[in-house]
Design a protein around this ligand. Structure first.
Ligand SMILES: C[S@@+](CC[C@H](N)C(=O)[O-])C[C@H]1O[C@@H](n2cnc3c(N)ncnc32)[C@H](O)[C@@H]1O
Length: 230
């Protein structure tokens, strides 16, 4: 952990809320750890989080063989294990939640891939968080909680040539009624903030750290930003 006394807003929120969120987002595995509000959200969210992850994997499949990858906000490791299965050489996972990381380590051993994954706790929205050098960084459902300062700190921490990130595209505001439901969820759960960006705004934040040629891909109702070759 970078500086436990100065956690970012997103880190403080997710440390408390992740267990319930994961249980409802991945409801097919059982919702016993979800609070009533997250259970209700499942009714509206349905399988969307499975779709988000599977779509990201689909986009990465042509590139991922033999790459080293860092999955930021890896939670209990689902996406990391999928990327190993898809051919990644090694996947590092980082998250703010020690409980989720303990589960990720346990799952890694159960799946027999403990040599190919490495999980560690980090607040990636704090400057100088020591992230590993990798070929590719992924993050699903993470950067939407970063204001411009957090985003710059996050991008400045990356030690990779490529990224594929679930993108909080400003176009989502037009998606009715999902957008309205999202606003209700944010307020009821007292989420610190959700920040939407245009590609231009994001590109301006990313350019000082050497990330250029960015594009947004919209697929299956999710947006991703990447600098991977088209
Ligand atoms: C909405 S969940 C998504 C989890 C996972 N990527 C998925 O798609 O299932 C957001 C994740 O990002 C992590 N996270 C949020 N802010 C973070 C921060 N500043 N540093 C590290 N992890 C963070 C949370 O703990 C949580 O696991």
């Amino acid at each position: 952990m970078t500086n436990p006394n100065q956690k970012s807003e997103s880190a403080k929120y997710w440390e408390e809320h992740l267990k319930s969120w994961e249980a409802s987002a991945y409801h097919r595995e059982g919702q016993q750890n979800a609070n009533w509000w997250d259970r209700l959200s499942t009714v509206f969210r349905g399988d969307a989080m499975y779709v988000r992850m599977n779509t990201a994997l689909e986009l990465l499949t042509p590139h991922i063989r033999d790459l080293t990858v860092l999955d930021v906000g890896c939670a209990s490791g689902r996406f990391a294990f999928q990327m190993i299965e898809a051919g990644a050489q090694k996947v590092y996972g980082t998250d703010i939640s020690n409980d989720a990381l303990a589960l990720a380590k346990k799952h890694g051993s159960e799946l027999g891939v403990q040599d190919k994954v490495e999980f560690s706790a980090m607040d990636v929205a704090q400057s100088n968080s020591p992230l590993p050098q990798v070929d590719l960084v992924t993050a699903l459902g993470v950067i939407e909680y970063f204001n411009a300062d957090d985003m710059s700190a996050f991008l400045g921490n990356l030690r990779a040539k490529y990224f594929l990130l679930d993108f909080p595209d400003h176009g989502r505001k037009k998606e009715f009624p999902t957008w309205i439901l999202r606003q209700v969820y944010i307020r009821v759960n007292r989420l610190p903030g959700v920040y939407l960006y245009s590609l231009d705004e994001f590109a301006k934040l990313a350019a000082p750290f050497g990330f250029t040629n960015l594009r947004v891909i919209k697929r299956n109702n999710f947006y991703y930003v990447t600098n991977l070759p088209a």
